[in-house]
Ligand binder design. Structure first.
Ligand SMILES: NC(=O)c1ccc[n+]([C@@H]2O[C@H](COP(=O)([O-])OP(=O)(O)OC[C@H]3O[C@@H](n4cnc5c(N)ncnc54)[C@H](OP(=O)(O)O)[C@@H]3O)[C@@H](O)[C@H]2O)c1
Length: 433
């Protein structure tokens, strides 16, 4: 027996239009899988005068109440973006007993506890697969497939724009040229600030950490830096060390605390994340029982995002009721790791006077803070030398203190900022021993 299930869209732009078209084209498949005939009956927009190709006769409206008050609508997809009014609409819909599926990373990253509580109170589901990495089904894998796996580390390239820019810089372009190219191809917005500053990736990492660690990680707890400071010297140094520069999101559960950050990193050329080129995204999950799973694919795009929205709608109608893993009480309390406690191997470079004893002073300065050198490459640079240094794993705070000391040495002219290194290979295997 087939049940007629009505769906509404908040937003009918790039993603909303694609959801409508793809749902109309796949209604038969969804009906076979779930027994529900799904139809988009209403879509909320700002401007009804805009020309739109509405797939299946959905009514276009500017009045949210037409959706909220329509008892025939069971599921709503929020694909309009922004924090308000989207946030208030989602809360109202959940309170009214409507399931909600959203693609809005800023909303989920900033207001997850409130939204989950509203879903729980309303006895309905809130799903948000499309908010992270579009077509890549990482939320579902974390919440459902890896529920007993104790995932303790998530590493990801979760912003396609910056990955495209960094990949182009490897090919010899400057940052400005690579960004202009990304804009020309439609990978970067006219105002790319959210992408290049790391803010977009930070929102996605807050959501991934929240789901992976089953605790609430607020966006404010995610430390982030973007790629605007990356210069061709960094890219060249990485190449020399058989690595590539990537904007890496890293979430770790260590010593009973979480650490979530987004920053440029040197990624070992053998590492799965180094192979993610252009506008693609990838997420690597590490857990007790699974060792390591990497998911990769397109992380943006109307149709790609719509496929995730529709997968969530299908999951909702296939598990109607309070649904699967929606228990708001299941969250656990995990503190944020102390600043500076996050451990990683790091790369940095020093411009030094080329005179006897310099290397020993540098090594001593690092050792005083228990930071040891894994690899060192020296290049002559005019009257001085550039030292490219890769450290063994060390707390970020200890390295920052050591670099502060080194900058004060007479023979050190300049110290770069440290860049974390991502590598699975041991120091000996890398030939760094
Ligand atoms: N595009 C992607 O590749 C992608 C990927 C992943 C996630 N997302 C997320 O998906 C969401 C939608 O993105 P999009 O690219 O589809 O955006 P978009 O093309 O700008 O479409 C936004 C839609 O929402 C409507 N809207 C916006 N504010 C509204 C308001 N206050 N009241 C009523 N309607 C409103 C707009 O109405 P009008 O048409 O009348 O202007 C438009 O139809 C965002 O949260 C975005 O972050 C997008």
């Amino acid at each position: 027996m087939t049940t007629e299930t009505n769906v509404a869209l908040l937003g009918y732009g790039t993603v909303g239009g694609a959801v409508d078209r793809l749902l109309a084209a796949s209604a038969g498949d969804i009906e076979r899988a779930t027994g529900h005939r799904v139809r988009v009956v209403k879509a909320l927009v700002r401007d009804t005068a805009k020309e739109r190709q509405v797939a299946d006769g959905a009514a276009i409206t500017t009045d949210f109440a037409e959706i909220l008050d329509d008892p025939s609508i069971a599921v709503v997809a929020e694909v309009m973006g922004g924090l308000e009014p989207a946030g208030a609409y989602v809360v109202d819909l959940l309170a009214r007993g409507k399931h909600v599926v959203t693609a809005n990373k800023q909303l989920v990253a900033r207001r997850a506890p409130e939204l989950f509580a509203a879903a729980s109170a309303g006895g309905v589901q809130l799903r948000f697969e499309a908010s992270v990495c579009a077509a890549i089904p990482v939320i579902k894998v974390l919440r459902e497939s890896l529920v007993v796996t104790n995932v303790h580390r998530v590493l990801g390239i979760v912003n396609g724009t910056t990955n495209f820019v960094l990949t182009e810089m490897e090919g010899g372009k400057s940052y400005a040229e690579a960004l202009a190219d990304a804009q020309a191809r439609g990978y970067a917005e006219a105002d790319p600030t959210d992408d290049v500053s790391g803010a977009d990736a930070a929102a996605k990492m807050a959501i991934l950490a929240t789901v992976a660690f089953n605790t609430r990680v607020p966006l404010d707890d995610v430390q982030y830096a973007g790629i605007t400071e990356i210069d061709p010297l960094d890219v060249a140094a990485a190449r020399e060390l058989e690595m590539v520069v990537r904007l890496v999101g890293a979430a770790r559960l260590v010593d009973g605390g979480y650490d979530v950050r987004v920053e440029p990193a040197f990624v070992d050329a053998q590492h799965p994340l180094a192979k993610v080129d252009g506008a693609f995204n990838a997420v690597m999950l590490q857990g007790d029982a699974i060792r390591e799973i990497t998911l990769a694919g397109p992380g943006a795009g109307g149709t790609e995002t719509a496929s995730a929205v529709i997968a969530d709608i299908t999951s909702v109608i296939g598990t109607m009721g309070t649904g699967f893993l929606q228990n708001d009480a299941a969250w656990r309390e995990v503190p944020k790791l102390a600043p500076g406690a996050s451990r990683s191997p790091f790369y940095f470079r020093l411009l030094v006077d080329d005179r006897p004893g310099t290397l020993a002073h540098v090594a001593e300065g690092l050792a005083r803070h228990e930071v040891s050198i894994a690899r060192l490459v020296q290049h002559q640079a005019g009257s001085g030398a550039t030292l490219h240094v890769v450290t063994h794993e060390a707390p970020a705070g200890a390295l920052a203190a050591a670099l502060g000391d080194l900058a004060g040495l007479e023979e050190v002219r300049r110290a770069s900022r440290p860049i974390p290194v991502v590598s699975d290979r041991g120091v000996a295997e890398l030939g760094w021993a």
